[in-house]
Design a protein around this ligand. Structure first.
Ligand code: AMP
Length: 210
């Protein structure tokens, strides 16, 4: 299955993505993670992306579309994939439609006040291969319980940057909800409910297609 996870920053896409990718044995492709990895490695894509990311702005469509296009042709995508954080604009969604067929889009819905609280307290493992996520209210330590890496705050989770990301989401990404609803492939899940709900929704979707 070719899947997309939609949702505002902090809505809980990452947690659900990990569960879905494990359940369906498909790669979890997060454009944000790919950019962060490129920044760490100092690549030209990373250099281009960093200036936008640090301000909570979107990286230009052509940069991200090219990145996704080259990722989707890799061998591990041949039985499906889960896109997380892409598409984020209408031109990206239209470009994706030309590249591939999307079976279902999961929209993780969450209220803006909750998102602000989640994100300001969010801490992540700096080891990109691990990617564990914590909240200061439940874990205040600096060592990752999964891999022993350092637990840090993402630069773009700082409040001023987060608010900019939320505004960008409302203006540019939220319209994609209607875009996919009109195609009849949108399934909403509650960002407050337990993450496995997303897997159940997908299984029910598959059964409805049988
Ligand atoms: P994320 O981890 O998905 O929240 O992404 C972090 C940042 O990476 C975003 O705030 C953007 O600056 C950039 N980014 C990730 N995916 C995209 C995309 N599809 N289009 C444009 N910028 C993106």
């Amino acid at each position: 299955m070719n899947l997309i996870l939609l949702g505002a920053p902090g809505a809980g896409k990452g947690t659900r993505a990990a569960l879905i990718a494990a359940e369906y044995q498909i790669p979890h492709i997060s454009t944000g993670d790919i950019f962060r990895q490129n920044i760490k490695e100092g690549t030209s894509v990373g250099l281009k992306a960093k200036a936008y990311m640090d301000q909570g702005k979107l990286v230009p469509d052509e940069v991200v579309i090219e990145l996704v296009q080259s990722r989707l042709i890799k061998e591990d995508c041949k039985n499906g994939y889960l896109l997380d954080g892409f598409p984020r604009t209408l031109p990206q969604a239209e470009a994706l439609d030309k590249i591939t067929h999307i079976d279902v889009v999961i929209d993780v819905v969450a209220d803006a006040d909750l998102l602000a609280k989640r994100i300001s307290g969010r801490r992540v493992c700096a080891n990109a291969a691990c990617g564990a996520s914590y909240h200061v209210e439940t874990y205040g330590g600096s060592v990752c319980g999964k891999c022993g890496g350092s637990v840090v705050q993402r630069d773009d989770d700082r409040e001023e940057v987060f608010l900019a990301r939320l505004a960008v989401y409302d203006a540019q990404t939220a319209p994609l909800v209607n875009y996919y609803a009109a195609k009849g492939i949108l399934k909403a899940v509650d960002g407050l409910k337990n993450p496995p709900e997303a897997v159940r929704v997908l299984r029910a979707f598959e059964e409805s297609k049988m």
